[in-house]
Design a protein around this ligand. Structure first.
Ligand SMILES: CC(C)(COP(=O)(O)OP(=O)(O)OC[C@H]1O[C@@H](n2cnc3c(N)ncnc32)[C@H](O)[C@@H]1OP(=O)(O)O)[C@@H](O)C(=O)NCCC(=O)NCCS
Length: 194
């Protein structure tokens, strides 16, 4: 086996040891710890002073319909991702956020989390548009998003401060076709004529 094949095999074996499940309020400490890690802070707009209490209060009081999942390895939360649904004229849309523990990045966890959320968006929620913002120099995240069908829609200049400097952010989105009607077309009642 060559080095590439070895890496692929190791990655697949690791992915099998990761369990995805719904996030619970009891995960707030683990999620705050994850958001405070230097690598996660650098990639996201998290400022690094999250507390479990603050996160819990925010989640409990949030009016947003969110689907939040975590990746667990040997009983430890090593990644999280969520879809936050919009409403009204934007009911077909959701925003997406994702973060993988610094020590476990590049091992397939982000792809697992993303695959699960995209699958839910397409096959359970019928979402048509998922959107997000990402620092323009965040190559791993942009690579992950492109792999799952996201495209760059716009570049917002000096959008967010990081390490004392204002950085550009890309607005990316993934559009999905409308869910199909089950069964053959002849089973669908014709529209009532007036
Ligand atoms: C971005 C992030 C979620 C990716 O998760 P991950 O577990 O490291 O990624 P994976 O190992 O599952 O890789 C999935 C895909 O991402 C892309 N990717 C991952 N690392 C990459 C890198 N260093 N450079 C380019 N693309 C990369 C690739 O497309 C990869 O697919 P491939 O292996 O088939 O090429 C993770 O690195 C992270 O949490 N970073 C810090 C927080 C952050 O930036 N969050 C996103 C904010 S918008």
């Amino acid at each position: 086996m060559n080095r590439r094949t070895d890496a692929f095999t190791a990655r697949s074996a690791f992915a099998q040891s990761v369990r995805l499940r719904a996030a619970e309020l009891d995960d707030c400490q683990a999620m705050a710890d994850l958001m405070n890690l230097p690598g996660v802070r650098r990639g996201t707009l998290s400022h690094g002073y999250r507390t479990a209490e603050g996160l819990r209060a925010w989640l409990e009081n949030s009016k947003v319909d969110r689907t939040s999942i975590v990746a667990e390895h040997e009983g430890r939360v090593i990644g999280q991702a969520e879809l936050m649904a919009h409403d009204g004229r934007r009911s077909h849309c959701a925003s997406l956020g994702i973060g993988v523990h610094d020590a476990f990045q590049g091992r397939g966890v982000g792809a697992l989390l993303m695959g699960a959320l995209i699958d839910a968006a397409d096959t359970a929620f019928g979402l048509r548009r998922i959107e997000l913002q990402v620092f323009a120099d965040n190559a791993p995240a942009i690579g992950l998003y492109r792999r799952f069908g996201f495209e760059v829609e716009a570049r917002a200049r000096a959008y967010a401060i990081r390490d004392g400097a204002l950085h550009d952010v890309l607005h990316m989105a993934r559009l999905a076709p409308a869910p199909a009607f089950a069964g053959a077309a002849e089973h669908i009642e014709p529209p009532i004529a007036f």
